[in-house]
Write a protein that binds this ligand. Structure first.
Ligand SMILES: Cc1cc2nc3c(=O)[nH]c(=O)nc-3n(C[C@H](O)[C@H](O)[C@H](O)COP(=O)(O)OP(=O)(O)OC[C@H]3O[C@@H](n4cnc5c(N)ncnc54)[C@H](O)[C@@H]3O)c2cc1C
Length: 482
């Protein structure tokens, strides 16, 4: 059976056999089956709600997705650090695991070696999420675009349509909120075929030999540069022609995902202190000489045939990308499976338009989840899906569920997007709400005491103790919420 036919059949079946009503008669409609929508549908269904999940692909495509699978990772295959004791995103992973997250379960099942990070085989991961949702008895799936506000009879809706929300829906939301959706361009990093990388030049090593979960301490391929090579490379970036920006030119970038040529513009050394930093890595072929800069490649698929250029998001024109990246030692003959590119990012001014229960002030039938709420990242998007899925299921049972406390990673994100962020508008008239990754700066402060018997407590030790204290408090508070 072709994919298209299978979708039509599923859609027809869903329409002919509407899902059974739960006791309290409310169906939870989830719009968008990305990272957030998949998690939201799963959480709501697991909590006993009847769920209809509406996904527009493959009926209508986006600029970035390449499959019709759910929870497709459109760029990097990394969920970032998995260290739950000292890193806020690692803590978010752990909290989500404890809440029975579908996204984390499948990420753990399909993880790839990546040092201290949780990286996944993107296809295996997406297929597993899709299969789990399709098999869930409480979930029906409809492949259709919701091209405007959801019908009035849908009383319990989660909109999780992401940074590439289809224009008719984005427009309708914009009209309803009275807020113009902000839009800027995220840049995606290129992917290289493994057998085109010169193994006599690059070497395998994770920074500081950190093995991390499922890693070996040698999970990255490193391309070394001397000072002259680095300077030539930066010069080439500075001169490179860019994709046309048209009317989006003035839109600010999110600092966590800056294109490399924008970093180069900010200063000659910026890349050496960013994605090209040479620390924690030693070239075994020339151990006495420290490389001046290093480009890292990370495995991108389970077969190990594709490797992505870590932190190398770019908006340079395609032909120029190939030319410039082949100047990197070890990549002289690189074949690119995908070049870097630019994509739209749509998100609400959430602190203004959302309530603490993630509902839209202007139309409380609608909750929002994922990147469209102004969180940034795969994990953060799924995290908001997790919370809203549980909230919607509780509402279907006639119960009010609020988010976990702001002392947890989950709660800190909800708190930030629904009011924790302080809008610069109040001072300057300019709107300042920008997509936000989870970080300990979003948590209420913790006090840590110097351990007994320690005379001099070094800054790094204190910082690590503080992170651990954040993590311990968060997991205690989450236990109470669960
Ligand atoms: C180009 C790009 C690169 C990114 N790279 C990274 C990265 O490397 N790492 C990272 O952590 N984050 C990255 N992000 C940010 C973000 O984490 C991802 O976009 C993430 O997928 C967001 O999850 P989501 O569930 O909110 O949206 P998505 O995963 O995009 O899911 C939204 C879903 O809604 C569907 N949809 C849209 N409109 C409609 C409609 N009207 N009706 C029905 N369905 C609809 C879409 O088809 C899609 O399946 C990137 C974003 C973009 C745009």
């Amino acid at each position: 059976m072709t994919n298209g036919f299978a979708h039509l059949l599923r859609r027809a079946t869903a329409l002919a056999n509407p899902p059974r009503m739960s006791n309290t008669d409310q169906i939870v409609h989830v719009v968008g089956a990305g990272l957030a929508g998949s998690e939201a549908a799963w959480q709501a269904a697991q909590a006993g709600a009847t769920v209809v999940l509406h996904e527009m692909r493959p009926v209508r495509e986006t600029d970035a997705h390449q499959t019709d699978g759910f929870a497709e990772l459109v760029c990097s295959n990394s969920f970032r650090s998995d260290d739950f004791e000292h890193n806020a995103v690692g803590l978010l992973h752990e909290e989500m695991r404890r809440c029975g997250s579908l996204i984390l379960t499948m990420a753990d099942k399909h993880k790839l070696p990546a040092g201290g990070a949780l990286a996944v085989d993107r296809d295996g991961f997406s297929q597993a999420v899709t299969a789990a949702l399709e098999a869930h008895p409480n979930i029906s799936i409809v492949r259709e675009e919701i091209a405007g506000l959801p019908p009035a009879e849908w009383q319990n809706v989660i909109i999780a349509t992401g940074p590439l929300t289809s224009p008719p829906l984005a427009e309708a939301i914009g009209k309803l909120t009275g807020e113009d959706s902000l839009a800027f361009f995220d840049a995606i990093a290129p992917i290289i075929h493994y057998d085109s990388i010169d193994r006599s030049v690059v070497w395998a090593q994770s920074r500081y030999d950190k093995a991390g979960p499922g890693g070996t301490g040698a999970d990255y391929l490193n391309c070394p540069m001397d000072e002259e090579q680095y300077n030539t490379f930066v010069d080439a970036l500075l001169e490179a022609p860019l994709h046309e920006f048209k009317d989006w030119e003035k839109v600010p970038y999110f600092d966590g995902c800056l294109p490399i040529e924008v970093m180069a513009e900010r200063g000659r050394e910026t890349l050496r202190f960013g994605p090209m930093k040479p620390v924690g890595l030693t070239n075994p072929r020339n151990p006495e000489v420290k490389p001046y800069a290093i480009v890292q490649l990370r495995q991108d698929n389970a077969l190990g045939t594709l490797w992505n250029m870590v932190g190398f998001q770019t908006k340079m024109r395609y032909g120029v990308q190939t030319e410039i990246f082949r100047k990197i030692p070890g990549l002289e003959n690189a074949q690119f499976a995908r070049l870097g590119g630019l994509h739209r990012n749509t998100f609400l001014n959430s602190p203004k338009v959302l309530r603490p229960d993630m509902k839209l002030k202007a139309d409380p039938r609608l909750r929002f989840a994922g990147q469209v709420t102004g969180v940034e990242g795969y994990v953060e998007s799924a995290a908001i899906g997790l919370i809203t899925g549980r909230m919607a299921a509780a509402e279907a049972r006639g119960v009010l569920l609020m988010a976990p406390p702001a002392t947890t990673a989950l709660g800190s994100l909800v708190n930030h997007i629904t009011g924790g962020h302080v809008e610069a508008e109040a001072y300057s008239g300019a709107r300042s709400f920008q997509p936000m990754n989870v970080n300990f700066g979003l948590f209420p402060p913790v006090e840590v005491k110097k351990p007994e018997g320690v005379k001099r407590w070094r800054g790094t030790e204190k910082a690590m103790a503080k992170r651990k204290a954040f993590s311990t408090r968060a997991l205690d508070d989450l236990r109470a919420w669960i």
